[in-house]
Design a protein around this ligand. Structure first.
Ligand code: HEC
Length: 423
């Protein structure tokens, strides 16, 4: 369903300056930042997960495992990553490895949300099978929390690690004590799509009616703010807990002053947003767009942040400015370098590409599926790769699905590669 969108979006992506992280071929549904603020992980409807270095603003690794949309991606306290999605599976990854260390199976329908306990020993997952599961990360064994009567869309641990909060389409938020006893069931006026818990234990919910409702740690009402006129799809709380970001399906991203309980500003100018995450040290907000691009904002001023690339590092494509093919290559530059002199990114360097056999570059760990293919890269085969899409031309590839539908654009890209990758 998203392949068509990806094809037309590619030409959009390439016009955007390097202020953004552009790697996904579909909407970015999940976004999280590591505790040290150095990395981000994103999950997309394109089924891929990308690990980003925020320092260099480049993709470090493409994690391909899920068979369907990735709806949740989080960092664990030990630096590992957990991802989950519409294929009902949870994958646990060690950074740098190509395959998950552990796969947790038990849900019977898409997983919409994931959370990790403060001590890192447990995961909680919210699923459209109407259940929440609590997983021991050590044994992989899960406990079922049953009670929601419809899709569960979001889950979070309380800061003391003693309870889990879940929200669903059934108009309830539930606070489940982990030791014993029944959950506290709080009825709210709307189906609920998202939940976040502040460091002081206050619970923030995002409703399908566009309202953000707050509950105190015991589940008692603590105020409501209309953040949008459309369903809220994602929520995040800033590190100092002063700001709440609420993204709605119509593209509104509202920044709420938590204490004053008012919308202090709205971010505008980007495409629709499917995910939000704050950096741990300041009020920088990352948003995951419907166009597959991750953007950065100052949530206090509402301004879109330019790329550190501009200030601290040269734009890798600056020397090709004005060249049509170089603009198209902007969709590739997050993952591929053009010369051996640059620090490698998530994909293989394209230096010396034409004439090279597929998956033959020494020192790069290609997917096994590619190693037996009988393809030599030429302008014609690279053009074909993006005419039909990597999944069709090179099944099993970790490169995110993307297509370039216009023959002129494919020609401009391969003309550019012919001279820019020459050794
Ligand atoms: C988000 C990261 C990402 C983006 C964006 C991306 N690629 Fe890739 N690409 C990869 C990865 C990863 C591989 C290796 C695939 C594997 O081993 O499964 C790859 C492989 C390739 C290969 C095969 C290389 C070889 O030596 O066999 C070519 C050619 C290629 N990409 C070109 C492009 C072009 C051109 C673009 C832009 C239109 C692009 N890629 C965009 C990640 C990316």
């Amino acid at each position: 369903m998203y392949l068509l969108a990806a094809a037309s979006l590619l030409s959009l992506n390439v016009k955007i300056a390097s202020a953004e992280l552009a790697g996904h071929g579909g909407p970015v549904r999940a976004l999280a930042i590591s505790a040290d603020g150095k990395r981000a992980v994103s999950g997309s409807f394109d089924t891929s997960v990308i690990l980003w270095s925020l320092a260099t603003e480049s993709a470090e690794q493409v994690l391909r495992f899920h068979a369907d949309a990735v709806n949740a991606a989080i960092f664990l306290p030990d630096g590992r990553i957990a991802t989950a999605g519409a294929d009902a599976r949870i994958a646990i990854w060690t950074v740098g490895r190509q395959q998950p260390d552990q796969v947790l199976q038990g849900h019977h329908a898409p997983i919409a949300g994931l959370a990790v306990s403060p001590d890192g020993s447990m995961l909680a997952s919210a699923s459209w099978d109407s259940t929440v599961r609590l997983w021991s990360l050590r044994s992989g064994i899960s406990r079922l929390l049953e009670g929601h009567s419809q899709n569960v869309n979001g889950v979070a641990f309380t800061p003391d690690g003693l309870s889990v909060v879940s929200v669903g389409y059934d108009l309830t938020a539930r606070i489940w004590p982990l030791k014993e006893g029944p959950p506290e069931v709080v009825g709210l006026a709307s189906p609920l799509n998202a939940v976040a818990v502040a460091p002081d234990g206050d619970i923030v919910t995002g409703g399908a009616d566009g309202w953000v409702r707050l509950l105190n740690p015991a589940g008692k009402p603590g105020g409501a703010i209309q953040a949008a006129a459309a369903p809220i799809v994602a929520l995040a709380i800033s590190a100092d807990a002063g700001l709440i970001a609420a993204a709605a399906i119509d593209g509104t991203v509202s920044i709420i002053d938590r204490k004053a309980r008012v919308v202090s500003r709205a971010l505008s100018g980007g495409p629709r947003v499917w995910s939000v995450a704050f950096l741990p040290h300041d009020a920088t907000l990352l948003t995951g767009g419907a166009d597959g691009v991750i953007r950065q904002w100052n949530a206090l001023t509402g301004e879109a942040l330019g790329s550190p690339l501009k200030g601290t590092q040269a734009d890798p494509l600056a020397m090709y400015s004005g060249e049509r093919g170089a603009e198209i290559f902007r969709a590739c530059v997050a993952c591929h370098t053009l010369s051996d002199k640059e620090t490698p990114r998530a994909g293989p360097s394209l230096a010396g590409l034409f004439g090279r056999r597929i998956a033959s570059l020494p020192g790069y760990r290609f997917s096994d599926a590619l190693k037996d293919m009988n393809i030599v890269w030429t302008p014609e085969t690279v053009s074909k790769l993006f005419e039909v899409g990597p999944n069709t031309y090179t099944p099993g590839t970790r490169m995110p699905e993307q297509r370039i539908s216009s023959p002129d654009e494919r020609k401009a890209l391969t003309d550019f590669l012919a001279h820019a990758t020459r050794r």
